[in-house]
Design a protein around this ligand. Structure first.
Ligand code: SAH
Ligand code: SF4
Ligand code: F3S
Length: 451
């Protein structure tokens, strides 16, 4: 198996957590002697890292799998792996549905890929979905970018939002130690990475499962403490974190973001609904008033902060008036970006069993109205950048225009400007903004560059 002629391809669905897991699994495969194949059809090992957050995400996986299962009938040497959240949710059932599969592995098993593949080589069909303590990572991820990197800080989620599969498929919260996180960041800094995004499904829960309390009686390791602890890692210029839960987002954390120059002025704080009854049914543990106060506090410390969030349209029982409360909140807060979705009933979640489901037609009508408002509001918010000089970290060339490069402002706005990627990749550049669209900007380099 470790001959260099073996090639692999990974297709990743879903969130940043899955992307980070895929990079670690790719690192393991390369250590085993596999080389990346651009085309899945050229690969001897195909891994789908799957998402089940909504039904359409899950169905996409089955359509991809069908094709490769057929290929396997002609090419029995092909190894087919399903990893991630669909694998965890379906487990053995996936083997019955797609008997050609060699390995079904949940997200907690990502770091064990080598072991699991060795069992496959011994001729077994393997299902790894039992809950495990996530091993500290010893392999080097094969990262997609040489400029920005993900660093996991907490796995899993202990919340029980009534619509959400994540706790079922990602398991209970498991924090990495501050030392492990810092040393991964130091290695990234040495390799030339400039921006780190600290990752967790409920990142504000960081440290609750680690030992130690302060004399004042709070957990010794919180996200706020972690930010102070990793802030001076050499080479790293920007730090981001996601995803935050409004219920746990503290003023102390906001103050740290304002104080620490490397922490970017962007807050991703999902609210899900602007209606208190719906928030209660979702089990979110806050009211829309409390969410508004939180955003006010953020803005009092960081006036120009970019705010983004997630919201769901058509949760069971949602009336037109309740949906309009979401529209009102979106209209009044002025989000820079909002990820929206129509509610999708998920297996193993309480809300899926309720009888007060909203019709598909109504859900999609509400989603459209919400998206329309979001685009209008984001376009207005974008106007504030016109004429301003923004610091942009250059990530890549502009796929659509090779004379331009693309990067992000500290507030996470996608920005394009004329330039040569070989000179600019990984650089922080001062860019004057000349055009502002709803979700992206265009500009010109001004002033000097800095590494
Ligand atoms: N941990 C984060 C996000 C988790 S999933 C949080 O607490 O906000 C990402 C987003 O998917 C959620 O914020 C939610 O808006 C959406 N989502 C989750 N389950 C969903 C479902 N059943 N139907 C529609 N959208 C859903
Ligand atoms: Fe899902 Fe809620 Fe956990 Fe977010 S906090 S991952 S929405 S259960
Ligand atoms: Fe999807 Fe799993 Fe992430 S369900 S959104 S890939 S945690």
């Amino acid at each position: 198996m470790s001959t260099p002629s073996h090639r692999y391809h990974i297709t990743t669905f879903g969130c940043q957590m899955n992307k980070a897991d895929s990079e670690r699994m790719a690192g393991i495969l390369e250590e085993m002697g596999f080389a990346w194949a651009d085309e899945p059809d050229d690969a001897d090992l195909i891994l789908y890292n799957t998402c089940t957050i909504r039904d359409n995400a899950e169905q996409k996986v089955y359509s991809y799998l069908g094709r490769q299962a057929k290929r396997k009938q002609e090419q029995p040497g092909l190894t087919l792996v399903v990893a991630g959240c669909v694998a965890q949710q379906e487990g053995e059932k996936l083997l019955r549905r797609v008997p050609e599969l060699d390995l079904v592995m949940g997200p907690q098993h990502a770091n064990r890929l080598r072991d699991l593949l060795e069992q496959v080589l011994d001729g077994n069909q393997v299902v790894a979905t039992e809950p495990v303590h996530i091993m500290e990572d010893i392999t080097k991820p094969r990262r997609d970018s040489t400029v920005t990197a993900w660093v996991n800080v907490i796995y899993g989620c202990n919340e029980r939002c009534t619509y959400c599969v994540v706790p079922n498929v990602r398991g209970v919260e498991q924090s990495r130690t501050p030392e492990a996180i810092r040393s991964e960041m130091e290695a990234l800094g040495q390799q030339g990475y400039k921006e780190i995004t600290l990752l967790g499904q409920n990142i504000d829960a960081y440290g609750r499962d680690l030992p130690g309390v302060t004399p004042e009686g709070r957990h010794q390791h919180t996200l706020t403490d972690l930010l102070y602890y990793v802030h001076d890692v050499p080479g790293i210029e920007r730090i981001r974190f996601a995803t935050s839960h409004p219920r746990y987002f503290t003023e102390r954390l906001i103050r740290a973001c304002a104080e620490l120059p490397k922490v970017c002025e962007h807050f991703h704080i999902p609210f899900q609904s602007g209606d208190n009854e719906i928030l209660k049914a979702m089990g979110r543990g806050y009211t829309q008033e409390r969410y508004r106060r939180l955003i006010e506090t953020v803005r009092s410390y960081v006036p120009d902060a970019a705010i983004s969030a997630d919201a769901i349209a058509g949760f069971p029982g949602e009336t037109e008036a309740q949906f309009e409360n979401t529209l009102t909140l979106v209209g009044e807060i002025g989000f820079d970006q909002l990820n929206t979705a129509a509610y999708s009933p998920r297996p193993g979640t309480p809300a899926a069993l309720w009888e007060n489901q909203v019709s598909e037609a109504m859900k999609s009508d509400r989603l459209q109205r919400l998206n329309h408002l979001v685009a209008t509001k984001a376009a207005q918010r974008s106007q504030r950048y016109l004429g301003r000089v923004e610091e942009v970290l250059v990530e890549d060339r502009n796929e659509k225009d090779p004379t331009q490069v693309m990067g992000r402002t500290r507030s996470n706005r996608l920005t394009f400007f004329p330039g040569n990627i070989t000179q600019l990749k990984g650089q922080l550049v001062q860019v004057q903004i000349t055009e502002a669209r709803a979700f992206s900007l265009t500009g010109q380099v001004v002033g000097k560059l800095r590494h």
